[in-house]
Design a protein around this ligand. Structure first.
Ligand code: KG4
Ligand code: ZN
Length: 358
């Protein structure tokens, strides 16, 4: 089965061709991403209308490039797939209307994909995580912890009550005067600081809801705390790099703490990270270290034969964490529910547990 997938939920215009081999493994034949990030750096954030206009410019060249690199004829495609939500309505419409048109002209079925499922199933592109799965999606708009007994059975475990983790990175970066997109800017500044200051205490900012006893998150208090710091006399005492490291640590600690507690409670066979924030190297390393050091987590548990934590964590390579169409193809191939193009429409408010049309 070979799928051409299209992803235009935000400021990336992406197309990819992915082959599901007879043994079930997924092989990326092409994965093209055009980003309008530079444009948004000038405005300090995304202006939805600008993002949608850029989508229109890039969509056809990006699809052409994906087919060319995959060296495929249209008749070799089994189906098309497209992100229908969540995301920015103008951006989503460009991908969805293009996919519907191609589905009609090429007479290929279309698989509508929930963007958040793409972030989860990106983990199946180079790996085969075992179910049951616990997954943490950390992106610009979402922080969702879900439990999956099977590929199409999703249960909410927790979510952010206010800002998403990526949004917290972006807003705090802005307060610190670091360029958009904030996540990579904070990560870069923090990495530089941490290389030179290995033993410094990273407890300047609060870890909201860390001991809340549930699996929810909250990041708006952290943003307020950073704002207060930038307005206080203390601001001069710290370099931007140190404050970046402090912000990063606070966000990473909240994500890891709830993940570990959820792993202990749900005892999944695999823990999956996905979404743009999952490309954060501090989060990736610290999660692995914390899991490795938890007593009981490294040992096969009494409840789960073969429950060895070292192999538990799955994180896609960084380019598959941020928005891309290979992840959308993966979701479509694993949960193959093609429909007639006429029944496909955008849904900017889609959540991870919403069922798509079938
Ligand atoms: O998944 P994604 O590419 O788009 C959405 O679906 O939102 O995630 C984008 C988010 C942004 O908030 C960006 O700042 C954040 O992911 N991000 C990072 C890093 N790379 C991207 N956050 C922390 N560290 C990073 N290295
Ligand atoms: Zn995303």
């Amino acid at each position: 089965m070979i799928i051409l997938a299209i992803e235009t939920s935000c400021d990336e215009t992406a197309a990819a061709v992915v082959h599901k081999l007879p043994n079930g493994n997924l092989k990326i034949l092409s994965n093209i991403v055009a980003s309008s990030e530079e444009l948004h750096t000038k405005t300090g954030g995304i202006i939805p209308e600008n993002a949608a206009r850029e989508q229109i410019k890039s969509i056809i060249p990006v699809i052409d490039e994906a087919l060319k690199i995959a060296k495929l004829e249209i008749e070799n495609l089994t189906a098309l797939a497209v992100t229908v939500g969540p995301g920015l309505i103008g951006s989503l419409l460009v991908g969805v209307e293009t996919a519907k048109t191609l589905s009609y002209i090429w007479k290929k079925p279309l698989v509508p994909v929930n963007h958040l499922m793409g972030h989860i199933f990106a983990n199946f592109l180079n790996n085969s995580p075992e179910f049951p799965i616990l997954a943490l999606i950390v992106s610009g708009g979402h922080t969702d912890l879900v439990y999956m007994r099977q590929h199409d059975e999703i249960k909410y475990i927790g979510a952010t009550r206010d800002d998403a983790a990526g949004e917290a990175f972006d807003k705090c970066a802005r307060l610190l005067g670091l360029p958009y997109p904030g996540g990579p800017s904070i990560a870069k500044a923090a990495d530089e600081f941490l290389k030179r200051n290995r033993d410094i205490k990273l407890d300047l900012f609060p870890r909201p809801m860390i001991d809340s006893g549930n699996f929810d998150f909250s990041f708006s208090g952290l943003k307020t705390s950073v704002l207060r710091m930038t307005q206080s006399k203390d601001f001069e005492k710290y370099s931007k790099e140190e404050l970046a490291a402090q912000v990063q640590e606070a966000i990473v600690d909240c994500l890891i703490s709830k993940s570990i507690k959820a792993i202990e409670k749900y005892k999944p066979k695999s823990f999956l990270l996905g979404g743009g924030v999952a490309s954060n190297s501090r989060l990736r390393k610290k999660l692995q270290t914390v899991v490795n050091s938890q007593p009981g987590m490294m040992q096969p548990s009494a409840h789960h034969s073969g429950y060895v934590m070292r192999g538990l964590i799955h994180v896609p390579e960084p380019s598959l964490c941020t928005d891309n169409a290979a992840a959308v193809a993966a979701a479509a191939l694993i949960n193959y529910k093609p429909v007639n193009w006429k029944s496909v429409s955008v849904n900017p408010e889609l959540t991870i547990v919403d069922q798509l049309s079938s």
